[in-house]
Design a protein around this ligand. Structure first.
Ligand code: SF4
Ligand code: SF4
Ligand code: SF4
Length: 361
């Protein structure tokens, strides 16, 4: 893992200052400014955390990442390493505190795992399993939200929201939109768009990607299969030349969800087209054969017939009007190789430089 160095403003040297500390008895040296949870990860020590997320600024909301720092309990996601610091991540005392914190989070949570879309990939469910919390000791009042959001892409179930703030941060810090935020106070606090209207935003789905629970899930996958039955297929987004990496989640022969791994060139972030624009794959309106217009009507044809017609027409136009009577328009949805071949065909095959690309339109 690459730990982000902290370089103070005006620092003259290019050398990155480092800090040495001890975590669970192991010595580690990390760049100054590193937070304890990331320093531990560099040693292979995973501290559970629900609000911290790589590439987002610290929230310190869930308290699950509590550790002992020089004997005092503190949150490891918001504590910056110091020289000689001694950190204990897993003492019985710390594990007991952590269990109580998870218990408190679950005390106000619907026990919907049997029907929840997130079951099997839910970070809260994982922690409940790890700490053996079946019925919370602190069970009490529950938030009941009847309203469902009418937006076309994202199912928002705020009863499953643990107020970790990842969605708010990603919408602001990564997407630069700020479509959602904390509203109200105390027990009534909830994440919502302004005035609790239906979500109306860019629908990039970054908030869905970072949500640790089933509070935010894509509507397209609702009720279409458990994670264990879903095949994951790596591919490249067909929509534009950015070439974002996609993971298609395939149930049977249907793509039901698209995600992207953080370790990819696009760092796991996608736009609305890449994340949610896949319904065309299974659309009954999709063309499956070439069409040739005959007497004003488009009729299905074989590829041989279609390519033969194209060759005949291009040849006839070139013969009658010359090669510059023909122009070719290519597409950002094609690969570099396909675009190269296309311009080569126009220049060397047809004999014209009339070639352009939809990205300039
Ligand atoms: S969000 Fe997680 S813990 Fe909550 S019901 Fe869904 S799977 Fe269970
Ligand atoms: S879909 Fe994108 S723009 Fe809309 S709330 Fe989520 S992160 Fe913000
Ligand atoms: S909706 Fe999800 S990401 Fe947003 S605060 Fe709630 S649990 Fe966290």
């Amino acid at each position: 893992m690459i730990l982000k160095p902290h370089i103070p403003t005006g620092h003259a040297s290019t050398a990155v200052p480092t800090v040495a500390l001890t975590i669970d008895g192991k010595q580690v040296t990390v760049p100054s400014g590193t937070v304890v949870v990331d320093a531990a990860r560099s040693l292979g020590i995973t501290i559970p955390v629900l609000c911290h997320f790589p590439k987002l600024t610290t929230t310190g909301a869930c308290r699950v990442c509590i550790v002992e720092v020089n004997g005092t309990p503190t949150t490891s996601c918001s504590t910056i390493v110091e020289e000689g610091m001694e950190v204990i991540t897993n003492s019985p005392y710390i594990e007991g505190l952590r269990r109580d914190i998870i218990d408190l989070i679950l005390s106000d949570h619907p026990y919907d795992c049997m029907v929840c879309e997130k079951a099997g990939s839910c970070e809260l469910q994982e922690l409940a399993y790890k700490y053996g919390i079946r019925t919370p000791v602190f069970s009490g009042e529950r938030r009941i939200y009847k309203k469902r959001d009418g937006n076309p892409f994202i199912e928002r179930d705020m009863e499953k929201c643990i107020l970790c703030g990842r969605c708010v941060k990603v919408c602001d810090e990564v997407q630069g939109v700020g479509a959602i935020d904390y509203a109200y106070r105390g027990f009534g606090t909830k994440i919502c768009p302004p005035f609790e209207r239906d979500l109306d935003c860019e629908f990039c789905g970054q908030c869905v990607a970072v949500c640790p629970t089933g509070a935010l899930v894509g509507k397209s996958s609702l009720g279409k299969g458990r994670q264990r039955d879903i095949k994951q297929v790596e591919t490249i987004c067909p929509y534009c030349g950015c070439g974002c990496n996609l993971t298609l989640h395939v149930s049977g022969d249907e793509v039901i969800r698209v995600t992207s791994d953080q370790q990819t060139i696009n760092e796991g972030w996608l736009c609305v087209k890449g994340r949610f624009g896949f319904n065309f794959i299974n659309s009954p309106d999709r063309l499956k054969t070439p069409l040739i217009r005959k007497n004003g009507v488009l009729v299905e044809a074989s590829w041989e017939e279609a390519l033969g017609t194209i060759a005949d027409r291009l040849g006839a136009i070139k013969k009658q009007h010359g090669p510059d009577a023909i122009g070719g328009l290519s597409s950002a949805r094609c690969t570099n190789e396909e675009n190269y071949l296309f311009q080569k065909f126009m220049r060397a095959g047809i004999g014209t430089n009339n070639v352009d690309h939809c990205a300039r339109l």
